[in-house]
Design a protein around this ligand. Sequence first.
Ligand code: NAP
Length: 456
Amino acid sequence: MAYQSTNPYTGKVLQTFEQITDAQLEDHLKQASNCFENIWCHTSFSERAAVLRRAATILRERPQEFAKLITLEMGKLLPQSLGEVALSAAILDYYAEHAERFLAPEKIATPRGEAMVESSPIGVLFGVEPWNYPYYQVARFAAPNLMAGNVVMVKHASSVPQCALAFERLMVEAGAPAGAYTNLFVSKEQVTQVIDDARIRAVALTGSEAAGAVVAARAGQNLKKTTMELGGSDAFIVLEDADLDKAVKHAVSGRMGNSGQACTASKRFIVVDSLADRFLERFQAALENFKPGDPMDKQTTLAPLSSLEALKNLLAQVDGAVAGGARLLLGGARIAGLDGAFMQPTILTNIDKANPAYLQEFFGPVALFFRVPDEDSAVALANDSPFGLGGSVFTQDVERGKRVARRIDTGMVFINSDLTSSPELPFGGVKNSGYGRELSGAGIQEFVNKKLIRVS
Ligand code: NAP
C-alpha cells in the first residue's frame, strides 16, 4: 500500500511516501505511550486547550495553505476545502472550550456515604481515517480525545499523505508534545499489529463497511473498544406539503457537495407522487448546470472524483443499475475531453427491489430517484436499507416532520435541510453505518474511563 498523492484533476502523481518499518513503528508506539504516561495525562484542561486553540488559530491564519493541499490530493473545490479548514478549526476550538464541562465529575445520589463518577483518559488511541474530508475527519477524532487526556495515533487514507502530514505538523506547531499526535504511514498488516499492541487501548475508524468489519473484528479479538463511522445511503424524503424550492435547493447541495463523496450525502430521493414530476424536472435542470473544471478555479462547480479508480467503480455501479432495469434519466458516463476523474451528474429512476442499486451506496454525483404514494411508503422505503446514517424530511409542517423523523431508523435526521456537520451536533449512525458518536458532548465520552469512586 503506497502512500501517494495523485492530483485527480490532472492524473499527475505529486509525491510518494515510504511506509514506515516495523522498527520505526515500535519507536512511534514507545513515544506515544511515554507521552501519555509522563506528560499528556498529567496536563490540565487549560494546558490542553491552549494547544488546540493555537492549532485552530493557525488554521484560520493560513487557510489557503491547508485548503490547497486538500484540493490537490483529493480534488475538492477550493471554496469547499476552505470551508473544511474552517470547520476543523471550529471543532478544535469547541472541545478546547467545552471539554472540562463535558467531563466534569458527576455526584451520584446514594442512600449512604458518597459516590461519584470521574472521567479519566484511557491511553493511546488508534484512528483509521478516510480521504473525503482529510482534516475534518481527523479533527473529529483528535480534538475530543486529546482534550480528554488521551494521545492519538492516526493511519490516514493512503491517497492523502500530504494532508496527513500537514495535520501532524499543525499539532506540533501548536505546541503538542512529541507523541501526543502521531501520523503513521503503515501497511494494512501493520494496522493489525497496531491494533494488537497492548499499548493501544481503543480504535476508531471512519470509512467503508468492509474496512470497518476488518478493523472492528481485530479489535474485538483484543477486547478493545471501537467506534465505527461507516457508509450511508441517506434518504431525502419530500412530502406533498413540502416547499418545493427549498427541497430542490437542498437536494442539489445534498447530492453534489464534495462531488457526492460524503457518507451523509443525500443519496435516495423519495418523493410523494403529487410533487414527483415537478421535483424531478427542476432537480434535473439544476444538475445539468454544473460546470466541470479545475477545482482550484472559483468558476468551477463540478470537481473530479477523488481518483480514476473511484470513477471506474462508480461507472460500474451505474452500469449494474441499468442492467438491473433502472432508467438513466441524466448522465451516467465519464465527462469526455477532460483528463480528470469527472463523472457526469447522474439520475437513475425505476429502481426496483431486485436491482443491485437498491441496497448500494453511490459515492459520487449519482442520485437514485423513487416515487411513492404517501408518507408511510416513504418511511418504509427509507428504512429498507442496510444503512442507517442520516436522512432528510421536507414538509412545511414541522411537527409532522418531527414525527416522520422519529420513524426513520438512522442516527441523524434533518428537517427541511440536507445534512451538515457542526461541532455541537452528534454525528454517527446505526445498522451497517456503524456505532458510537463523534462530535458534541457525546463524542468526548467514547474513550474515557467512567470511574466510580465510592466513599462508605
Ligand atoms: P475505506 O476504503 O474504508 O478507507 C478508509 C480508511 O480505512 C483508509 O485509511 C483506508 O486505508 C483504511 N482501510 C481500508 N481497508 C482497510 C483494511 N482492510 N484494514 C485496515 N485499514 C483499512 O473507505 P473510503 O473508500 O476511503 O471512504 C469511503 C467510505 O467511507 C464510504 O463508505 C463512506 O460513506 C464512508 N465514510 C463514512 C463516514 C462517517 O462518518 N460515517 C465519513 C466519511 C466516509 P487505505 O487508504 O490505505 O486503503
